[in-house]
Design a protein. Structure first.
Length: 77
């Protein structure tokens, strides 16, 4: 993850790849995503038994912050 001052700085970055625009995300949205139980509860003893529940919550948060396009989908191997 790289942090930039603005979207303009991202687009001027030498390693910026055209077509990755969807990955530009404001810091408050990333903080919201990473503060959910999928990440915060990883050290809980019962984490594995709740992992799919947490993943669903993370998916809902991603929808709420508008991160549902192909850039954000897991690639099939």
């Amino acid at each position: 993850m790289n942090l930039f001052r603005s979207e303009g700085h991202v687009r001027n970055w030498a390693s910026f790849a055209e077509g990755s625009d969807e990955g530009i995300t404001p810091l408050p949205d990333m903080m919201r995503l990473f503060s959910g139980p999928y990440f915060k509860r990883r050290l809980d003893q019962d984490y594995v038994s709740h992992m799919f529940e947490y993943a669903r919550e993370m998916g809902q948060t991603m929808k709420e912050i508008g991160k549902t396009g192909s850039f954000w989908r897991r690639q099939k191997k």
